[in-house]
Design a protein around this ligand. Structure first.
Ligand code: ATP
Length: 374
């Protein structure tokens, strides 16, 4: 496979007294679409710049396929960067912008013609090759920047919030194109973003960062379904999150003993049941989370006798209808808000039947909640 393995070991960096990166360790595999995701200021751009060679770490190692790249300047590393602001040459045509790296290394006219044509085709801009950057839309400019970054066939493409200057609809479209380009050329992509939807939708794996640290590395499914910390649970999508104390722990399968039914005490909600594969003990302080789309909402009390269902009666405080789904803030117990999202399979017979101030039941089963951060 094309692309390089990129390994970051014990990387720390400070600007003055401010520690931007604190002992970052990551192994990014050949050909992966890997995202660095975190809020503004968490250090993700600094980490990308260290991989590119625009910054040096205070301590730590960065290798590409086992080779230490830290002594190499950016242009000697087999990596190229696509920046948020495109960084195109305004006076050059699209053809000449894309040809630029080839001219620097004195490629033949024949090679320039064939490769520029090939890469303009890859980003679907063959027909615009004679234009100047100011004659293109934002999305087209970014595609030129991508073609220019790829034309020297790097083994790693670094992308620093490349879509953030585009409007929401175009961003969605470009994201799909980026994914298709990645599939076609198969090199390693390292993608910096603060947008969790972007990261979830294109990445093979994601590193979630906060305050200079990597909190969790996993597939989009791992990160969404089993957040490792409260921060990850809140940052990735909407959730219901509570402090809890473990009351009891029972193995669910006596033979294997690898899954447990846990009773938690949540001050606002009382006792709830949750299944887990993590080891917890009575008295332990944990966090509990359940995603809004895992919760059922109904006007009738669910006719179930299952013991693993957590059920509350409440009042709809604020329904927010958005076509394909409705989000409800439901007040249960003593003004505790539970967020619920109901997807509308069929608009005609679902959704608007539950309205503001309705008395409702919300419920979820023990396997739909998670204990976080153990
Ligand atoms: P954003 O999404 O806002 O770019 P980020 O997660 O990419 O955030 P960085 O750009 O890596 O974060 O910056 C992390 C912190 O380091 C910020 O507080 C920033 O102000 C600071 N910082 C970055 N570069 C420098 C520098 N050259 N000198 C001093 N401080 C810097």
């Amino acid at each position: 496979m094309k692309g390089s393995d990129v390994v970051i070991e014990g990387v720390s960096k400070a600007f003055g007294d401010f520690k931007v990166l604190k002992d970052v360790n990551l192994t990014i595999k050949k050909g992966e679409f890997f995202s660095l995701l975190g809020p503004s200021g968490c250090g993700k751009t600094t980490l990308l710049r260290i991989i590119a060679g625009f910054e040096s770490p205070d301590i730590g190692v960065v290798t590409f396929d086992g080779k230490d790249v830290l002594p190499l300047p950016p242009n000697r590393r087999p990596a190229n960067t696509v920046f948020q602001n495109y960084a195109l040459f305004p006076h050059l045509s699209i053809f000449d912008n894309v040809a630029f790296p080839l001219r620097i290394r004195k490629a033949s006219k024949q090679e320039i013609d064939s490769k520029v044509t090939e890469y303009l085709k890859l980003v679907e801009l063959e027909e615009h090759s004679h234009k100047k950057p100011n004659q293109l839309s934002g999305g087209q400019k970014q595609r030129v920047a991508i073609a220019r970054a790829l034309i020297n066939e790097p083994s790693v493409l670094l992308l620093d919030e490349p879509l953030s200057a585009l409007d929401a609809k175009l961003r969605q479209h470009m994201l799909i194109e980026l994914d298709q380009i990645h599939d076609k050329i198969g090199i390693t992509f390292i993608y910096v973003t603060h947008d969790q939807q972007e990261a979830l939708s294109v990445s093979d794996r994601i590193a979630v960062m906060n305050k200079g640290k990597v909190l969790q590395v996993g597939t989009p499914h791992d990160i969404y379904e089993s957040p490792a910390t409260d921060f990850v649970a809140r940052f990735i999508g909407e959730t219901n999150l509570f402090d809890a104390t473990v009351v009891s722990v029972e193995p669910m399968h006596k033979e294997t003993g690898d899954e447990f039914m846990v009773v938690l005490d949540i001050p606002e909600l009382g006792s709830i049941k949750v299944t887990t594969v993590d080891t917890v003990v009575p008295g332990q302080k944990v966090s509990f989370t359940v995603r809004p789309e895992k919760i059922l909402i109904s006007k009738e009390k669910p006719a179930t006798k299952r013991e693993d269902i957590n059920l509350y009666q409440g009042m709809v405080d604020e329904p927010i209808y958005s076509g394909f789904q409705t989000k409800f803030y439901v007040k249960v117990m003593d003004n505790v808000v539970i967020r619920v999202i109901k997807q509308h399979a069929k608009y005609s017979d679902e959704g608007p039947d539950i309205v503001w101030k309705d008395s409702v039941y919300v419920s979820w089963s023990a396997i739909d909640g998670y204990i976080v951060g153990v």
